[in-house]
Write a protein that binds this ligand. Structure first.
Ligand code: SF4
Length: 365
């Protein structure tokens, strides 16, 4: 098998007790089968304490109990995990031991990444001035399932993802133009996916790999879109955010402050949004293979950049504040299944379901 990681992957080092947040407060941690078996047979006082702090959730899965402040019983006053300190990393359940590492396996390719919901990962991603590149190496392991990976559709979507990254990292165009291109790409791909039209996907990959074609698409964007439309669109995002569930008052305050601010705040360089966008492409693009939805994923990318940009622009944002905006966005939205499901449904409705509306917002200065 091959392992593929972004070039910042091996630079990650947990901040430990210097971390401005924690890995787990407010999150329900599901315990994997292997760890659960280990916990059930662990002897002594620690074993007993672990078992006393496990509950079975509505889906029949074992999870760690949280107190009224959303804290796990093993999180000490320095926000460090006592289980890790007392028993080592190998004692932890897979979720805790791996975080913030995330991964997907596509046949003989294992892709590993880091979740931007960790402040230190956000710092690494956002401070990466050059375009993110990838490192690959072979490991002596056999893939679990490969059947669907042999499929032409899968291979074509994989090359379309390369095209999406190529667009996202093309610094000849502004970040909004790149997002507009991704919206058009997603809309064309969606038509082909709906028709199970592999040839249509191949044609899309061919067209969007050609810079002349990209320039033609950009030239078709309405550069004189109405400024008030953008303001209404952003207000609509704020109103929708009220419907989502959050765990951290820090995020809620940040959004509320930005909504009320009428002055311009900080500026954040385009390469930061580019790296964020590439992160989102790698995290979500291939999931179209399983759910048949790609347009809503591209809309989510536009939503994510528009929202973080809006929050940055309305804060007197220091470097730390900028990091907060991105990692809290990921923690509160990206890592909450219910929030993601609500957003996904929204992207199939007006105004998101019309690519022109999103492009009009993106191309308004
Ligand atoms: S959130 Fe990141 S930096 Fe903070 S304790 Fe967890 S892994 Fe370490």
């Amino acid at each position: 098998m091959k392992v593929r990681v972004p070039d910042y992957y091996n630079k990650f080092k947990c901040l430990g007790d210097k971390c401005p947040d924690t890995c787990c407060v407010g999150w329900v941690i599901e315990i994997d089968d292997d760890a659960y078996k280990r916990f059930l047979s662990l002897e002594g006082k620690t074993g007993e304490e672990i078992r006393n702090n496990i509950v079975i959730n509505d889906e029949g899965k074992p999870c760690f109990k949280l107190n009224e402040n959303g804290r796990c019983a093993f999180l000490n006053e320095k926000n460090l995990c006592r289980m890790y300190i007392d028993l080592g990393e190998e004692a932890q359940c897979a979720l805790c031991a791996n975080y913030p590492r995330i991964g997907d396996e596509f046949g003989s390719l294992r892709e590993m990444g880091l979740s931007i919901s960790c402040p230190e990962v956000a710092r690494l991603i956002l401070n990466h001035k050059e375009a993110v590149s990838y490192e690959e190496w072979d490991i002596d392991e056999k893939p679990d399932t490969t059947d669907y990976c042999e499929d032409t559709m899968f291979q074509t979507v994989l090359s379309l993802r390369e095209v999406a990254v190529f667009i996202a990292q093309n610094r000849k165009y502004s970040i909004h133009e790149r997002l507009g291109l991704l919206i058009v790409l997603g809309s064309r791909m969606q038509m082909a996916v709906d028709e199970n039209d592999c040839e249509g996907l191949e044609e899309t990959a061919y067209d969007f790999s050609d810079e002349k074609y990209l320039e033609k698409v950009i030239a078709s964007f309405n550069k004189a879109a109405d400024k008030t439309y953008k303001e209404q669109f952003i207000n609509m995002i704020y109103t929708f955010l009220e419907r989502l569930d959050y765990i951290s008052p820090k995020w809620v305050n940040l959004v509320n402050e930005a909504r009320q601010a009428d002055t311009k705040g900080a500026f954040c360089e385009e390469y930061r949004y580019e790296n964020f966008l590439v992160y989102l492409i790698l995290r979500y693009f291939m999931k179209v293979i399983f759910d048949g939805e790609i347009y809503s994923k591209c809309a989510f990318m536009a939503f994510s950049v528009l929202l973080t940009e809006e929050l940055v622009s309305k804060q007197k944002a220091s470097e730390d504040r900028i990091i907060d905006i991105f990692y809290l966005f990921s923690k509160e939205i990206e890592h909450c299944e219910e929030n993601m499901a609500m957003l996904n449904d929204w992207f199939w409705e007006e105004p998101w379901n019309n690519p022109k509306n999103i492009i009009d917002v993106l191309t308004t200065i």
